[in-house]
Design a protein around this ligand. Sequence first.
Ligand code: FAD
Length: 477
Amino acid sequence: MVGGGITGLTAGYRLAVDHPEIDVTVLEASNRPGGYLRTGPLDDPMLDGLPIDAGADAFLVRVPWALDLCVELGIDTELVSPSARKASLWLDDALWPIPSPNVLGVPLDPETVAPGLLAPADLERLAGDGVPDVPIGGTLDRALGTSGDLSVGAVIRACVGDRVFERLVDPLLGGINAGRADDLSCAVMAPQLLAPARSTEGLLAGLRRTAAVADPAAPVFHSPAAGMERIVDALVAVLGDRLRTGSPVTRLDRAPDGDTSDRQVAGWVATTASGTYRADSVVLAVPAHVAATLVAPHSDDAGEVLTGWRHASVALATVAFDRADLEVPADQSGFLVGRATNQESSPLMTACSFAGSKWAHLDHPERIVLRVSCGRIDDKRPAGLTDDELVAALLADLATTLGVEAPPTAVRLERFPDSLVQYPVGHIDRITALDGLLADATPGLLVAGTVRNGVGIPACIRSGTEAAEAAVAAATR
Ligand SMILES: Cc1cc2nc3c(=O)[nH]c(=O)nc-3n(C[C@H](O)[C@H](O)[C@H](O)COP(=O)(O)OP(=O)(O)OC[C@H]3O[C@@H](n4cnc5c(N)ncnc54)[C@H](O)[C@@H]3O)c2cc1C
């Protein structure tokens, strides 16, 4: 495995557990495993070492892969769910409640939309079934097609209109990977919308039917109470010395004595600063640009495909305030910030999560802890600021949105350059094409992780699991 984030660790763990006869090594560039899963205390003695995530802070349970892994690792009893489930949206210089129930921002009941958030025509439309606009003289098929991928924007705009998309769906979905939902693949980012949008019953009717049989009290997210790094620690405990940190892979070569006469797999040699490693199969669980560099010498075409992946850079400031200086609603997990027409004068922050309202174990009697995000694919302002300038700008945004003027008791800033993949329409075909190129030119070399089916932790765990299976298949072919 190249890369010791959640994807590479999962792939290594799967092989170690399911195939103890196979030698597996996870090579991680940095001195700590986990990639974007990082948990640690803030520099505020009052918080007494409270574990607060610096990156991802929860995983979705609507899909099984992360929860299943926690069960298998025996840490499911440590999982907690957000106590506050409501959230708001900062739009037009005010906080608006996000209508609930909603699916990725699409309100299922127009009665729950705060007056003034949408226009009467939008509410009328939301009261209907969400059958797509039909072009004049056209048919339903011509509005959304019958198959293939579309952008999230195309689907939502056609079914429920532009304002619902711009004021609700884009802020919610864009919040997941800091992207523009007009450019994002619906098949990857919101597969649950595509089928009902294309059905004759309509998007809203389909979503309402699904919601009617779901348990509204069922948890949507989980996290270990000790923070997301607990999952990393549990995987690392099983991997033991199969994990080598401080081992950036700088090149991959075909093994010189690989016997290609009766086997497709020639074998690979990974070079790190501390030595070389030979393997029948290599899983690249690294960002696309790193995978591109390692693959390109063996397949120009695969390297070129991987070079084309676009990423958004984000930063996350964790900020603590004295409780006397700030009040946040206990029933709200936080708020998202919608995209403004004039970016220069709009807040830098894209979201603010109230850690103590969201997670009961982070609710501190003396402190309010906020996690403030910034950076979008089309907003590079944070990258142009020093850390001090960025923190100052985010504190100014908190003053505007929450009215807090007092200095924080602690601040921790983490930057995540080129971290969030943007999945264009047709991404799934792009992955199929990439797999084909790799199978032809570099048998035994596989790509896994966020390059494939989403940035979420469950998608990464699924990808790590599938990569482990594929690596065994490739090595024994
Ligand atoms: C700020 C932020 C908040 C997020 N919040 C959530 C959330 O709440 N819920 C959720 O589900 N998802 C969230 N995500 C997304 C999720 O955290 C990531 O998509 C996921 O952790 C990626 O895991 P990975 O293992 O595929 O990649 P990474 O975590 O990027 O791991 C790749 C690893 O490869 C290593 N590496 C790089 N180059 C080399 C090399 N040459 N040799 C060896 N090793 C190398 C890196 O050091 C790194 O450790 C968030 C992401 C960010 C940035």
